[in-house]
Design a protein around this ligand. Structure first.
Ligand SMILES: Nc1ncnc2c1ncn2[C@@H]1O[C@H](COP(=O)(O)OP(=O)(O)OP(=O)(O)O)[C@@H](O)[C@H]1O
Length: 395
């Protein structure tokens, strides 16, 4: 059974409303006015033309490379200092691979990853050492990402040990502070992961990511393995941490509702490409790419409250499956499932550009985009009923 006991929270007030069971509140959408869209701040991470192709081997008796999974195929994205940037898309579109490339758990096939002005795309382990501590990752599965044989104290102090960091007052003191920051009891320093609930384990993962005072955290589906009532609490924690500690986040998720609550800017991925990117309001209220429309219109399908029927809007049901990334469609990769597709879509890949009517920094890759006046769908994005209840304080 999932039980979220928040014992202490002094460093950052993340426990507001969640100590009492069922009272957790999902923070409201962040302000992202036109000003924010026009001047998003100083770039921290700049990814250009990033490619990751995984070789496909075949043949007998000699195995040769017979093809490639085009997991990430030439993406550009920028994350600014202290910004939360959401990366969304269906399963298999290349989100996790992007996260792993940025944290350099994977080596790119080509392209550049510039962190604070330095290209780290092909940096060696030694070259990466000085910035390793600044880029951290939070993983999807809190069950498998923590070593079951290590105490919480050992897990959280691990990164400090590896990097030879001795904070004032010692590592144990710092770990206890971190436990408080993430809303856990510092007295649980000597406990093991199995003694915690799923949500608490993800808090341990967050504390471990914070141990080296990172400037950028790549959070790969950090709440999708959690019970829906716990998701709100962990999103709340991440948002508070981002705001209070000024950490930039690349927040990877398939759930548009969650990303909306966490990100000032959002990029939508499809089959290894970014097909639309912009500030949160542009993406959710004035999406131009048919795929973004489809994703937004599909969100109520995962809820049980019939939100789309109430608003009288039609849901867009995408035909067919996502094509194989080994042999993606020519031209626009979305064309095989797109109701607006024409001949040009098969022959010319649409560039990711600012369309007339779009705000600055709202880019779309489509030959036949939706009109900028096409009805906003933000109100269609209904959270799962449990999250909605939390958001409305109905707990
Ligand atoms: N190590 C690998 N070797 C071969 N193919 C891979 C490897 N890792 C990922 N892929 C493939 O690359 C594509 C993109 O995978 P990725 O995990 O990045 O997608 P995703 O959007 O994060 O999806 P999910 O949410 O399901 O993880 C998929 O087709 C996947 O099968």
């Amino acid at each position: 059974m999932e039980e979220e006991a928040v014992d202490v929270s002094k460093g950052v007030d993340v426990s507001k409303g969640e100590a009492a069971k069922g009272e957790a509140t999902l923070p409201g959408p962040r302000e992202a006015g036109a000003g924010a869209a026009e001047s998003p701040g100083e770039p921290l991470l700049v990814v250009e033309k990033l490619v990751k192709h995984f070789p496909v081997k075949g043949g007998f008796p000699i195995r040769r490379t017979v093809g490639a999974v085009q997991a990430v195929d030439g993406i550009d994205l920028t994350v600014h200092v202290g910004e939360s940037f959401g990366l969304v898309g269906e399963s298999g579109c290349g989100k996790s691979t992007t996260g792993r490339l940025i944290t350099r758990l994977l080596e790119p096939t080509s392209g550049s990853i510039s962190y604070r002005g330095r290209d780290i795309a092909h940096a060696s382990r030694k070259q990466l050492a000085p910035i390793r501590s600044e880029i951290q990752m939070i993983f999807q599965d809190p069950y498998s990402s923590l070593n079951p044989r290590q105490t919480v104290g050992k897990i959280i102090s691990g990164p400090m040990e590896i990097n030879g960091i001795d904070p004032t007052g010692g590592r144990e003191k710092r770990v206890r502070e971190l436990l408080e920051i993430v809303g856990l009891n510092p007295e649980h320093y000597n406990r093991f992961p199995h003694e915690f609930s799923g949500g608490q384990r993800q808090r341990i993962g967050v504390a471990r990511a914070l141990a080296l005072e990172p400037k950028l955290i790549v959070a790969d589906e950090p709440v999708s393995a959690l019970d829906v009532s716990i998701q709100a609490q962990v999103v709340n924690l991440l948002q508070q941490v981002q705001k209070d500690l000024g950490i930039a986040f690349l927040f990877i998720a398939h759930d548009l509702a969650i990303v909306r609550h966490f990100s000032q800017r959002v990029a939508v991925m499809y089959l290894g490409k970014i097909i639309e990117v912009g500030d949160r309001d542009s993406i959710y209220k004035r999406p131009r790419h048919p795929y973004t429309h489809a994703l937004l219109s599909a969100v109520p399908e995962v809820t049980l409250d019939g939100g789309a029927e109430e608003t009288g809007r039609e849901r867009i049901r995408l035909a067919g499956d996502v094509p194989s990334p080994i042999s993606p469609p020519s031209g626009c990769r979305f064309r095989t499932r797109c109701w607006k597709s024409q001949d040009k879509c098969a022959t010319e890949e649409p560039p990711l550009v600012r369309l007339s009517g779009n705000r600055p920094h709202h880019l779309t890759a489509c030959h036949f985009p939706e009109a900028p006046t096409t009805e906003a769908r933000e109100e269609d994005i209904v959270l799962d009923p449990a999250l909605t209840a939390l958001e409305e304080g109905e707990g």
